[in-house]
Design a protein around this ligand. Structure first.
Ligand code: SF4
Length: 388
């Protein structure tokens, strides 16, 4: 059996939220009463990880080292300190944390009580990723967020007061409720609130969401692409002017504050995902857990297989590298493309030439990079460069 790596990222998916945001298509439930059973199942899946992911565990009895740990969801901040502690205990039983340098918890502003902040800090959480989304109360209500803009402002200040120096903020742009002026004001606040990282996503209307249903009935129409594009371009200019690094299409940071866990994904490093809907990757095989809470708990409790898997073909691996790498400021190294797909440079020369002529691609001697003004078209550009 091939053992593929010695250091891993570990992702824990907590599939509960206080209420359903109207745009969200992540896997979550608002049935918080099942959180205890879910935490038991998650702890059990962590205890089974050596059997589920044999290629990612050392041949001897030693534990694999993890360098990043990420609690995402859903809303991990809805867990009680005791529930979170049970998951941490299972992680400590099964993984070596001596090189762990980043432990992130996704947290919603309404959950940042002084007690929670103290407990999270004592558990070793050193990075908070906060779902702020907007500072406009009308827009927050429209999206069905469970907090006000005032709670958001206070939450970021509280996090800093409790010694969290790595705070990331999620913001949504491009909605019909957000004018360019409001977007500018939100970014101006972000620059001075103490956060060191920003994740900014264009609002998309997904089918199985409240907004998706409203759109189907003709009650909601997506604003024109130019609306989001103008806000994206402003974001890039703002970052440049403020000295923030726009290092991934949706992610910006102060120098030295890139998200390590997500950067590992984007660079194609292996990781283990625990919890319903979580994905894992060992360099060749992708696994994804059942995205249904009750079935996930049943399967894990009975030691049944709770995931599906696929071995990535050379074309899949090449296309994944393009999908993640072209989103990064560094772009995709040609050497890696050639290694996965021998002859890539020659085969795609006509597409590369055409994209370069349009100003949508920079073909440097060793890498392909999407220039900033064209990054909004990243998906369409990536499709042109894929192989099959
Ligand atoms: S809190 Fe986050 S995960 Fe939960 S519904 Fe809202 S956006 Fe989705």
């Amino acid at each position: 059996m091939t053992h593929l790596c010695s250091v891993l990222g570990l992702y824990i998916h907590i599939p509960f939220c206080r209420q359903a945001c109207h745009y969200c298509n992540f896997h979550f439930s608002t049935q918080l009463k099942h959180s205890e059973a879910m935490v038991s199942a998650i702890a059990q899946e962590i205890d089974q990880a050596r059997n589920i992911h044999p290629t990612l565990f050392p041949c001897d009895a030693s534990l694999p080292k993890i360098n990043t740990l990420y609690f995402g969801g859903g809303s991990p901040s809805v867990l009680t300190p005791q529930e979170l502690q049970r998951i941490f205990d299972a992680i400590r039983r099964n993984f070596d944390l001596t090189v762990l340098s980043e432990t992130t918890l996704e947290a919603n502003p309404e959950d940042l009580s002084p007690e929670n902040l103290m407990v999270w800090k004592s558990m070793g959480i050193n990075r908070l990723s906060m779902g702020i989304q907007s500072l406009n109360d009308e827009e927050l209500r429209w999206m069905n967020r469970a907090h006000s803009s005032e709670q958001s402002r206070m939450a970021v200040a509280k996090a800093a007061a409790h010694g969290f120096h790595d705070v990331s903020i999620d913001l949504i742009y491009g909605s019909e409720k957000k004018t360019l002026l409001q977007w500018r004001e939100e970014l101006a606040w972000a620059a001075q609130c103490g956060a060191s990282h920003l994740s900014c996503y264009a609002l998309t209307i997904e089918e199985k969401t409240t907004f998706g249903h409203q759109a189907k009935k003709g009650q909601l129409s997506a604003p024109p692409d130019e609306h989001a594009e103008a806000q994206f371009l402003y974001l890039s200019e703002w970052a440049h002017a403020q000295g923030w690094e726009h290092y991934e299409i949706s992610n910006l940071c102060l120098p030295g504050h890139r998200a390590k866990h997500n950067s590992n994904y984007w660079q194609g490093h292996p990781y283990i995902g625990i919890g319903p809907s979580a994905h894992s990757f060992d360099g060749k095989t992708r696994r994804w857990n059942i995205a249904q809470n009750h079935t996930y708990i049943e399967k894990i409790t009975h030691n049944d297989t709770a995931f599906e898997a696929e071995i990535l073909s050379a074309a899949d691996q090449t296309n994944e590298l393009l999908m993640t790498g072209l989103r990064l400021i560094e772009g995709v190294p040609l050497q890696a493309l050639e290694w996965l797909w021998p002859g890539y440079t020659e085969q795609k020369a006509p597409q590369v030439k055409s994209l370069v002529q349009k100003g949508w691609l920079m073909a440097e001697s060793d890498r392909l990079i999407i220039p900033l003004p064209a990054r909004f078209l990243c998906d369409a550009i990536t499709v042109e460069l894929m192989v099959d």
